[in-house]
Unconditional design. Structure first.
Length: 96
């Protein structure tokens, strides 16, 4: 088969032109089969991940602010948030 862009010979089972990288005409016509368990590389961060990191930042901020400013209840609240998130990270989806 001949590449329509650069006129280079493409091997029989070749999916792309070895010279210019253009998709072979025999493979360009049919789309690749879609798989449900594969996410594209540009997939956004899931909502649970955003919530996890937001709570982690809030917990660390509260804990550091509580320890540096002397507010014991702020430090305890931040430490509890961080501890619960670490527990969730270790246990995973076993209880949810």
């Amino acid at each position: 088969m001949i590449c329509p862009a650069c006129q280079t010979s493409i091997p029989h089972n070749g999916k792309f032109c070895p010279k210019c990288g253009l998709a072979s005409p025999q493979f360009a016509k049919r789309p690749a089969p879609a798989r449900s368990d594969v996410h594209p590389s540009h997939a956004p961060i899931p909502r649970a991940g955003k919530v996890f990191f937001t709570l982690l930042i809030i917990g660390l901020t509260l804990a550091i602010a509580g320890f540096t400013l002397g507010g014991s209840w702020i430090a305890i609240a931040g430490s509890v948030i961080v501890a619960l998130l670490l527990l969730l990270l270790l246990v995973g989806d076993a209880f949810f």
